[in-house]
Design a protein around this ligand. Structure first.
Ligand code: HEM
Length: 223
């Protein structure tokens, strides 16, 4: 390996293939979205800069935040994303990922021995059994999203744990956060202050909206 890999400024800028699946929350997308109080097909928003330009950053964020996503999990994918999900499953196979159960073990969850330990949903259990026959054969991506989602959570237990693993192994190790880069010299005094004093997406959006007298509601929390 090169001589500098032990230097403290040396950080790899990589993301494992698993995390491209852990964050693939396509079932959160409904078939349509609300734009200017009208329902439009989700696909109409792709490569459509006019939607942003005509409405403006603040109002667009406010309207977007006011509408629900759909539940993340199997059997809840919008029609337009089915081909993408097929590609996602193919990716897992091409990369020869380990099985769902192997990833559970790696994340220090007990291996499942029965379909009813993945989900209480009997239709899902039946379908997994029909397709895989054996719990050890369930693929990573399918197993991740077959799991029941706990009350007040957006994703299942294995997704949640893998996101925590990602924070400490990949996101926070990003080169941008290296101590020799993430400092006032790099960002200037003004830039550094802005970084230190920005805590929410709402602050970011409102700061960059031209109408400074208006505060846009940018949050998924219900008041
Ligand atoms: C209209 C909305 C969306 C469309 C049409 C779309 C489409 C796609 C497509 C075509 C891919 C590549 C699939 C492949 O060949 O493997 C992809 C990957 C991905 N999508 Fe989406 N997506 C949408 C929204 C979202 C949302 C809302 C999220 C998460 C919150 C998301 C997360 C991801 C991730 C993490 C990947 C993998 C990226 C990578 O590994 O490089 N997508 N999406």
């Amino acid at each position: 390996s090169p001589a500098f890999t032990n230097q403290k400024w040396y950080r790899q800028n990589w993301m494992t293939v698993e995390f491209g699946l852990v964050y693939r929350w396509h079932s959160a997308l409904p078939e349509t979205l609300t734009y200017d109080s009208k329902q439009i097909p989700m696909m109409d928003s792709l490569w459509n800069n006019e939607m942003l330009i005509n409405k403006g950053l603040g109002p667009l964020f406010e309207e977007t935040c006011s509408q629900p996503g759909s539940k993340i999990g199997l059997f809840n994918t919008s029609e337009f994303l089915i081909p993408v999900e097929l590609k996602s499953i193919e990716l897992g196979r091409q990369a020869q990922l380990a099985s769902y159960n192997d990833y559970r073990e790696m994340c220090q969850f007990p291996r499942v021995t029965d379909f009813d330990q993945i989900t209480a949903d009997e239709d899902t259990q039946r379908e997994l059994k029909r397709l895989y026959g054996d719990v050890n054969k369930i693929e990573f991506y399918v197993g991740l999203y077959a799991e029941d989602v706990p009350q007040n959570s957006a994703v299942g237990a294995l997704v949640t744990r893998m996101i925590a693993v990602d924070a400490f192994s990949q996101a926070l190790t990003n080169p941008l956060l290296a101590e020799n880069i993430f400092n006032e010299e790099t960002f200037s005094q003004v830039g550094w202050e802005v970084i230190q004093n920005t805590n929410t997406l709402s602050e970011l959006v409102n700061r960059n909206s031209p109408q400074q007298d208006k505060k846009y509601k940018v949050t998924f929390d219900n008041p």
